[in-house]
Design a protein around this ligand. Structure first.
Ligand code: 13P
Length: 334
């Protein structure tokens, strides 16, 4: 795969005014979300829900792509069109989650490492054939007493870099996601320091594994105080801290950065992205790759009345895509 093709895909993922909807919850996570709103979690309810999200009328104006789960990339619309084909026909790039989730890091209580490298090359080749053109791997960094450790950060960066190199070999753009969790009572300064160290470690590892940054997208967490911190931050403070942190650690050659929502409410996720873009010009396009902040309104509506609220639920997907698409341009009006 040529670097030009990877770079073209990466640029298309962050095309002006467009971002990504993350619908790649594992079946276990999907079960939790469905149970939270009283929906039975079966292969077919998962399929029906993903169809609702992917086919929301008009949302594709603001969506460059979607991240799918292994089960979803093998599923089809009710009328029999494979989801990946439906997406390509509607101008959206299929992406795929390729990590196998987190496990406790041996010897480091409270810390996690992401698994999934064994057999990854063959899985990536198959996903490419199924239509995927980018792939996501999520590492999780937890802030707490004396953590994260350097060992946890290095182990996760190394795995991210190994996966990224394999993706590029197989023609997929790696979307590298080192998520610094919002859980805890740490302040925004602590989140800044941890995020900066994590990003520097990640880009060191990518360099060491010969990953071409021109064909890579960063999926970042914003610099925010812990959810349980007494002192919460203003929209401007989050936007300024996140921008400063990214500028200090992320090479300008990267084609784009997308954010996860990480538990922020819909309004904050959009407001923060919009504020960062209003503060531009920035070295890279800044857009979204939200899961919960794209989906939660739709899920609640659908759960209340699957048939009766179908169109209303799809309309909220459109609204969230439009708001975040405008925020990616710094043109959201609140
Ligand atoms: P959230 O936006 O819900 O954090 O999910 C994004 C994602 O893909 C996490 O890996």
């Amino acid at each position: 795969m040529s670097i030009e093709q990877l770079a073209e895909t990466a640029r298309a993922m962050v095309a002006p005014g467009k971002g990504i909807i993350a619908i790649d919850e594992s079946s276990a996570t999907c079960k939790k979300r469905f149970e939270g709103v009283g929906i039975e979690c079966t292969e077919d309810t998962r399929r029906a829900y993903r169809e609702l999200l992917l086919t929301a009328p008009g949302a594709n104006q603001y969506l460059s792509g979607a991240i799918l789960f292994d089960e979803t990339i093998r599923q089809s619309t009710k009328s029999g069109v494979p989801f990946a084909k439906y997406m390509l026909d509607n101008g959206m790039i299929p992406g795929i989650k390729v990590d196998k989730g987190t496990v406790p890091l041996a010897g480091f209580p409270g810390e996690l490492v992401t698994e999934g490298l064994d057999g990854l090359r063959d899985r990536l080749k198959e996903y490419y054939k199924l239509g995927a053109r980018f792939a996501k791997w999520r590492a999780v960094i937890t802030i707490g007493d004396d953590i994260p450790s350097g060992t946890c950060i290095e182990a996760n960066s190394h795995a991210l870099a190994r996966y990224a190199a394999l993706c590029q070999e197989c023609g997929l753009v790696p979307m590298v996601e080192p998520e610094v969790l919002m859980d805890g009572d740490h302040d925004i300064g602590t989140c800044y320091e941890v995020t900066e160290v994590v990003l520097r470690s990640l880009f060191d590892a990518l360099y060491n594994q010969s990953v071409m940054l021109e064909g890579t997208i960063l999926k970042a967490s914003m610099v925010v105080p812990g959810k349980a911190c007494d002192e919460q931050a203003s929209v401007e403070e989050v936007a300024e801290s996140t921008l400063m942190c990214l500028k200090s650690a992320v090479p300008a050659i990267l084609p784009g950065i997308v954010f996860l929502s990480g538990g922020q409410n819909d309004h904050d996720a959009t407001a923060h992205l919009d504020a960062m873009n209003k503060m531009g010009p920035n070295p890279w396009p800044l857009s979204f790759s939200y899961g919960r902040a794209m989906q939660q309104a739709a899920l609640k509506l659908w759960a209340t009345d699957m048939a009766g609220n179908y169109a209303k639920a799809q309309a909220t997907v459109f609204e969230r895509a439009k708001a975040n698409g405008l925020a990616a341009l710094g043109q959201w009006q609140g």
